[in-house]
Design a binder for this molecule. Structure first.
Ligand code: FES
Length: 105
C-alpha cells in the first residue's frame, strides 16, 4: 500500500471538504471529529462531487439528492444512493496528510 502526500494538515478546515486528485482519482478529504478521512469524490448515485456537500456526524451529504455517506465505511445512510463509495486509508505524519488509493500492498 503506497501512501502519497496530498496536502498539509493545516490546509484542512474542520468539516470543510477539500477535493484533490490522486493519479486521476478524485478524492474528498474531510477533517472532522479529530480525524481526517478520504472518500471517493463522486456520489455512487450520479456524477456529483461529494466535496460540495455538507459534513455532519462523520458523514458527507450529497447535495443533489441528500444521501449521506459514512466517512469511515463509504456506506450511504439512505436512498436514493444504494451503493457505497470507496474510502481510502489516511496517515498523518507531522503536518503531512498522506492517502493511499491502491488496494495492493
Ligand atoms: S447524485 Fe448523490 S444522491 Fe443523487
Amino acid at each position: 500500500m503506497s501512501f502519497v502526500r496530498v496536502c498539509g494538515l493545516s490546509e484542512l478546515e474542520e468539516d470543510t471538504p477539500k477535493r484533490v486528485e490522486l493519479d486521476g482519482t478524485p478524492v474528498s478529504l474531510v477533517r472532522t471529529e479529530g480525524e481526517v478521512f478520504a472518500i471517493h469524490d463522486i456520489c455512487s448515485h450520479a456524477n456529483v462531487s461529494l466535496s460540495e456537500g455538507e459534513v455532519e456526524d462523520c458523514r458527507i451529504e450529497c447535495w443533489l439528492h441528500g444521501s449521506a455517506f459514512d466517512l469511515r465505511t463509504g456506506k450511504p445512510s439512505g436512498l436514493p444512493a444504494t451503493r457505497p463509495v470507496p474510502v481510502y486509508p489516511v496517515k498523518i505524519e507531522g503536518d503531512d496528510v498522506l492517502v493511499s488509493i491502491t488496494q495492493e500492498s
